[in-house]
Design a protein around this ligand. Structure first.
Ligand SMILES: [Zn+2]
Length: 308
């Protein structure tokens, strides 16, 4: 009898999310946008941290030993996938030797499994240095994808902590309501600019452009991850003039010389767009970050159209 009780107690203590083992799930995400979704869905039943900051280029983060140490205690690791973090996340996960979060384990989640990727190449060509060989990984800028990712995260949190599944389901519901309200508002604000053309430094806005009716004319980079060349820049300027493009979107981690020079030659406005919360400029969570981005894009397009 005593042994049986001991076994039972052991099982209860070992089960994550059980009443006795009321320790929050320890979650690490590669990016700040995913961390914000985990926070929204998981509430106080998770402890979540992003391995990169919103102001960092998620393609190129240094795989520091301190990040490996963090992952040693993770119950769940979530990445954007589509090779966004291919250069550093795999090194960290493998380096942690934490069996709970290795590829294929219940504590490993590739969020891209929840979305339909855009721009999946027929013949991926990594040799050219293209950092988007598996399709475009910047899908979190479409709020509809964030909804799908939030559902996937709720499902995974529930399977890791079944006792909390009703709690996660309720928080997911609340998050989806907020998302719906915000999306309606953002679409209304962008509606007057439907069909407006823009150029971006890196090809990171196809999902955003599709959702909000903007048309991409090209990028400052000749290919994702490849620095600008004189010939490519001259060609881009020619197209921008021909198509009267008034907006260049960039990120703080790209050099600002090229966008400034292109803006000077075309009369376009440069907007700094924050890819994830905790970036600069931008907001501290997904909603406020997107709010700030949409406001700066909208203002620049209004100025370009002379309807300020
Ligand atoms: Zn990219």
């Amino acid at each position: 009898m005593k042994n049986w009780m001991g076994l039972l107690l052991g099982a209860v203590l070992a089960a994550p999310g059980s009443l006795l083992a009321a320790k929050p799930l320890n979650v690490f995400t590669t990016t700040a946008d995913l961390a914000d979704v985990v926070r929204a869905v998981g509430g106080e039943r998770v402890r979540v941290e992003s391995l990169s900051k919103g102001y960092q280029d998620a393609h190129f983060v240094e795989a520091k030993p301190s990040l490996i140490v963090k992952l040693m205690s993770a119950d769940l690791f979530i990445q954007t996938g589509l090779e966004l973090e291919a250069g550093w996340a795999t090194v960290l996960v493998q380096g942690s030797r934490n069996s709970r979060i290795q590829l294929g384990a219940p504590g490993y989640l590739d969020a891209s499994s929840a979305v339909k990727p855009l721009e999946v190449p027929q013949n991926p060509d990594r040799a050219m240095g293209d950092v988007h060989p598996g399709g475009n990984p910047h899908y979190m800028l479409d709020p509809e994808n964030v909804r799908l990712v939030a559902r996937e995260i709720a499902k995974r949190l529930s399977s890791l902590s079944p006792a909390d599944s009703a709690f996660f389901r309720e928080r997911l519901g609340n998050f989806e309501v907020r998302l719906e309200e915000n999306l309606r508002k953002w679409k209304e604000r962008m509606e007057p600019f439907r069909g407006a053309r823009f150029v971006s430094y890196h090809r990171n806005l196809p999902y955003f452009a599709d959702r909000f009716g903007l048309i991409s004319v090209g990028e400052v980079e000749p290919k994702p991850g490849i620095p600008p060349t004189a010939a490519h820049t001259a060609d881009l300027i020619g197209r921008m003039k021909a198509e009267k493009v008034g907006l260049i979107i960039t990120q703080p981690y790209y050099e600002d010389r090229s966008p400034a020079s292109i803006a000077k030659q075309t009369g376009a406005t440069v907007v700094v767009f924050s890819m994830a919360p905790s970036g600069e400029p931008g907001g501290s969570d997904y909603f406020s970050n997107m709010d700030a981005n949409i406001e700066s894009v909208r203002r620049a397009l209004a100025a370009a159209a002379g309807t300020k």
